[in-house]
Design a protein around this ligand. Structure first.
Ligand code: GFB
Length: 327
């Protein structure tokens, strides 16, 4: 990928896509292609195919997806499975037809089995049952990984699937019910502080552990991966050395992106309270789901390539909070 390459960022208005756009701009990539959801509905196969036929991008970051927090996943399971299957099917197929050189498909750490050993290695994919609250979303993303793998095997494409930890950052969704935990807590603690409330409610027991990754770090890792030399990139696609061995050994073209550390929701609540300056009480609503007890990613594959995140959680939370205040 060079500075003149034509690069399509699918989902450039989202949390990861907008960070990718910023990062590509910062590095000096000048030939960027974007379409808003209103301009191009990626669940529409005909429209997606026409777009690829017209633009013929060299590289694709597939960050377009229907995403949401634990409750949104549980409330709209049909939307999560249908939209994600449709988007990725259309984009992966058209990208092959129009000879895209490399594609990075973004998923999530929820693809791994609910009770898999920690930290989660890439080869744990499909080794056990999934967490029920986000199974439709996870299954769609697993199908996306399998599609990347299948197109690589049958058509010689270079599709890599990257699974980030829980992402947060500027431009997040602050919806009270549908958002992820960090934007939800920033908003709730901020509103409580403004109103002078003495108690705030947090969902679940507070015991689940989560790993949080700042959106600009995810984007930086994605660029790092897309800019790898051919031999290094291909080693990620074929970890066992060749197509047949990789398929037999369950070595998908898959790489985790994370910070290698997690914390409990209770510890996160402390940090968010400090960030916002909230000093009241916290109640836990145990009628709300906890989700997976833990999903800490093993990031040794990415670290071995020389990449590490730059933003620690307190710094990232402070930036995210400034973004909320500016909203
Ligand atoms: O961020 P979150 O929705 O993602 O929830 P998941 C993380 C944890 O925070 C859960 C707790 O244990 C929640 O019960 N939590 C506490 C809250 N208070 C809140 C709150 O006000 N809002 C939210 N949302 N959570 C999603 C998956 O799971 O993570 C998706 O459903 C995707 O498929 C995404 O993988 C990254 O980590 O539980």
């Amino acid at each position: 990928m060079n500075l003149q390459s034509k690069i399509y960022i699918a989902g450039h208005c989202g949390l990861v896509g907008s960070a990718l756009l910023r990062a590509l701009g910062t590095y000096g990539f000048s030939h960027l292609v974007t379409r808003s959801h209103a301009e191009l509905d990626l669940t529409d196969q005909t429209a997606t195919e026409a777009f690829f036929a017209q633009e013929k991008p060299d590289y694709v970051f597939l960050a377009a997806a229907r995403v949401g927090g634990i409750l949104a996943n549980n409330t709209y399971p049909a939307d999560f499975i249908r939209d994600n299957l449709a988007i990725q099917t259309n984009v992966l197929h058209s990208a092959w037809r129009h000879r895209v050189r490399r594609l990075l498909f973004l998923g999530s750490s929820c693809i791994y089995p609910k009770l898999a050993p920690q930290p989660l290695k890439e080869e744990y994919l499909l080794t056990g049952p999934l967490e029920p609250t986000n199974r439709p979303y996870a299954l769609a993303k697993i199908a996306g990984i399998e599609m990347c793998w299948s197109y690589n095997r049958q058509h010689g494409t270079r599709y890599l699937a990257a699974m980030p930890a829980n992402v947060y950052g500027p431009g997040d969704n602050y919806h009270p019910q549908d958002s992820h935990v960090i934007p939800a807590l920033l908003r709730r603690f901020h509103d409580a502080t403004q109103r002078g409330d003495t108690s705030v409610t947090v969902w679940g027991t507070g015991t689940p552990r989560r790993e949080f990754l700042y959106s600009d770090d995810v984007a930086d890792a994605c660029l790092y991966l897309m800019r790898l030399a051919d031999a290094d990139f291909d080693r990620l696609l074929w970890p066992a050395g060749d197509a047949d061995d990789s398929s037999a050994l369950n070595l998908a073209p898959l790489i985790n992106i994370g910070v290698g550390q997690d914390l409990t929701i209770r510890e996160l609540v402390e940090l968010v309270g400090q960030t916002v300056g909230y000093t009241g009480e916290v109640q836990y609503d145990t009628s709300k789901p906890d989700g997976t007890p833990r999903k800490l990613l093993d990031v040794s594959r990415l670290n071995a390539l020389g990449w590490a995140p730059r933003t620690n959680l307190p710094t990232g939370l402070a930036t995210a909070y400034r973004d909320l205040l500016a909203d």
